[in-house]
Ligand binder design. Sequence first.
Ligand SMILES: Cc1cc2nc3c(=O)[nH]c(=O)nc-3n(C[C@H](O)[C@H](O)[C@H](O)COP(=O)(O)OP(=O)(O)OC[C@H]3O[C@@H](n4cnc5c(N)ncnc54)[C@H](O)[C@@H]3O)c2cc1C
Length: 393
Amino acid sequence: MMTDIINRNGESISLEDEKQIIDTINKWLDNEVRANVLAFEHKDEYPHLMVEQMKDLGLFGATISQKYGGMGLPSSTYAKVVATISEVWMSLTGIFNSHLIMAAAVERFGTEAQRNYYLPKFVTGELRGGLALTEPDCGTDLQAIRTRAVKHGNDYVINGTKTWISNGIEGNCVALLVKTDIEVEPRHKGMSLFLAEKSDGFNVGKKLKKLGYKGIDSAELIFDDYHISQDNLIGGEEGHGFLQTMGGLELGRINVAARGVGVANAALKDATSYAQTRSTMGKPIGQHQAIQTKLGDMATRSHAARLLVEDAANAYDRGDRCDMEAGMAKLFASEAAMENATECMRIHGAYGYSEELHVERYYRDAPLMCIGEGTNEMQRIIIAKQLMERNPV
Ligand SMILES: Cc1cc2nc3c(=O)[nH]c(=O)nc-3n(C[C@H](O)[C@H](O)[C@H](O)COP(=O)(O)OP(=O)(O)OC[C@H]3O[C@@H](n4cnc5c(N)ncnc54)[C@H](O)[C@@H]3O)c2cc1C
């Protein structure tokens, strides 16, 4: 008998449904994506048609509850979706990942009116975007942000600059972290999160040029006397923005870890196949022990990364505190992607360095997973702190 997988809100899908979802995504990747990745990647072109297809596939509502029209996928199923797509083109997952973290913040912390208004629009992609947290002067130390919202009647007026914001150009709405009180201690009590839709005063800078993660837009957002209604303050009360943001990071880390699994596995698959077709000294290179030890390590890393992500996602779905598990999954899977990408390139020799293959892309994409959603340096610290908290003497 097939059992159901239950998400954090108690909604369930069957294993049969999960299999169908992954099969449908694989068909879409094979028919519409795989053959086009190199062209989009090297032109750094935004994949508009693929985005429309992702809307049809329901990906913009993947983790939003069924009662708002979403798929209500458990985190464990969603992680498989992200890993599957990342194995073909990691950039695509960035188009709906941070969008869904924004949606999760509304679903977990928003008022009833905010949930009813925004979530159905997020599901269809009519409104879509992501998280606007990072500023030119701070990313890790979010409590040092300077973007400021000042109350003005029933509105707030926002001034400040955000940078590196995924979907900043193509999206039309972001969860915007600001300071509503710059005096209060601890600093996080002066932070609030708004749902900011594009309008006058919400200006977008140019697409940032970057090493990898091509196609998707990363942009600077400049808020210049941007007026926003107090109804857009998530939860309706000032001072909770930092905790609301941190509340989404467990899921965010599981998602980034799942991207790492996808890239690590793509590198492993390409290397395994190349090792059997390229010959030196009269035999396939996969017959040389130097290559076999690389493949052995790569396969072990890929598998371990997948298990860590599954473990963290299951804990998240059960509603358990899982910052340590999500941190371990994110740390290990992103480093696995880095190491597998490097080894894949070495196994491919000069071809690994060629733009005609995908190998050099894995090598450029992997470092992002070590930086985003909390750097790996910070993950190690989070893991160590949790370890001691859970094992007091
Ligand atoms: C392609 C891309 C997309 C992104 N998308 C988004 C997005 O959609 N929304 C968004 O808000 N941000 C986004 N970011 C920003 C990202 O979240 C930040 O880059 C990240 O949080 C790190 O911040 P930072 O770059 O300011 O590094 P810093 O915070 O300046 O850190 C620099 C170095 O110091 C280390 N460090 C910092 N503090 C400590 C400490 N206390 N102990 C030990 N080491 C420490 C860090 O680990 C790092 O190695 C994106 C970044 C990139 C590259």
